[in-house]
Design a protein around this ligand. Sequence first.
Ligand SMILES: Nc1nc2c(ncn2[C@@H]2O[C@H](COP(=O)(O)OP(=O)(O)OP(=O)(O)O)[C@@H](O)[C@H]2O)c(=O)[nH]1
Ligand SMILES: [K+]
Ligand SMILES: [Mg+2]
Length: 527
Amino acid sequence: MALRRALNVAGRRCAQRLCSAAWGDTIFAVSSGHGRCGVAVIRTSGPGSRGALQSLTGRPALPPPRVLALRRIRDPATGEPLDRGLVVWFQELQLSWLLGGFSLEFPCEVKACHGTGGDGVHQTPPRQRPGSAGPQSFTGEDCAELHVHGGPAVVSGVLRALGALPGLRPAEPGEFTRRAFRRGKLDLTAAEGLGDLIRAETEAQRRQALRQMEGELGRLYQHWSDALTQALAHLEAYIDFSEDDNVEEEVLSQVDATVRALEREIGSHLQDGRRGELLRGGVRAVIAGPPNVGKSSLLNLLCQRPAAIVSPVAGTTRDVVEVALNVGGYPLVLSDTAGLRDATDPVEKEGVSRARDRLQEADLVLAVLDATAVPTEPVGLGAALGSLQPPPTTPCIMVLNKADLLKGKGGSLRAACTQGHPLPPVTLLSCKTGEGLDHLLALLARELARLCGDPLSGSPSLTQSRHSLHLRQCAVALARYGRERRSDLGLAAERLRLARRHLGSITGHVSTEDILDIIFRDFCVGK
Ligand SMILES: Nc1nc2c(ncn2[C@@H]2O[C@H](COP(=O)(O)OP(=O)(O)OP(=O)(O)O)[C@@H](O)[C@H]2O)c(=O)[nH]1
Ligand SMILES: [K+]
Ligand SMILES: [Mg+2]
């Protein structure tokens, strides 16, 4: 009986699978980026991949899966050779599955198997175990890759030939990854990690993204979700059976303990000072100070090009000038702003207002002062910094510029700089001679490392506001459970369900089409 049921299920899945294979469309795109290059990789995914590869290579026999083979590539319509390149075939359906490899991991079209509820909510199948019987391709579908010469005419010729085949169409941005997500090959956090990895510009960003793509963040959230599921099951058992005395009171205190522990863990995960988000998006550092102290000169010195206009006229900079930098492997988005003073000129006034707005939004302030014009004792230096009105909780580095013009004053100012508390880190600099630049870079790198943390150590960081939003709502639901659990167990159980749904929204186990649209929209075509 059980065997027959299992066979029925297997048969139904197989039918669904073949159905989806017969009706699903096949996408293609250049996956190696655009522009002239040595080798371009053109990828297809979907049931038409096999036929496409057969047509373009002119051979019915495909190379063994996941093995590169040299082939002449022709336009099937005209027979004209387009290139000679390497092709590789990733096969979806494997014999091992038919011989007993059916398991929960059996990939299927999520829509077909699980349906989309009226609200368009998908339940994603569980993630594949590495090495389990399953589709050996990135998307979980039949895939093919053509590694051709990267000249524009070769690439467009191959794309045109693919587009002329029935059932094939160009891929939308992120569509390959979206298909992989649909097939349970990766969860949403891993997909986001993959997107971040492609965009990563610095080493620290790459480390964080790789960790997330490999599923560390997803596993953390899944672990919490599993703990919650178990607590909920126990609570439901208690509600249903406690009157028959089959479930002991202890169960309830165990549920309470689990929920409290989760609340603590989520709370500390949320209080990480936005490290992961800062690393992902870059630390926004704002150069601020009075007019003519050398703010624009500092920006130019740090980015090694004349990005901002420098002149002896006070009030030169009006618009905010922004450059992206890599300091010690950490990403920095540096803004030069108008000199802060009571301006009368309406254009300069607008510049000062923009500068003050930027200062409020900064993650880090580089407060620049003229070294020849500041007092030489810490209290006076503190007052000079205070007159710029930086946000009190924003970290700050004081830069005393034009050190080349200091004469006898140099010694006492240097002594004041090394006093430390109550001042933030202070350094002397000359944008003119470059003296003091190494020290400033070391201070900057130290602040960046403190703000972003080490992406390889400790538990993985929260990287997106989407995640923190759901985690906050999850934490609120858990806190409500604590309050309602004495008065109404049914309501308390509902809070746990809600908390679990928020965790599921982060990993994509509960997701809606519009959320997926937003997430995958930022991917490039071909990924
Ligand atoms: N001697 C010396 N002159 C400097 C140094 N840094 C900048 N200057 C000069 O100071 C003047 C003002 O420099 P800017 O970089 O335009 O100053 P700013 O703070 O951006 O000025 P505003 O945009 O007008 O507020 C220019 O003439 C620079 O050449 C330095 O370290 N030493
Ligand atoms: K100036
Ligand atoms: Mg300027």
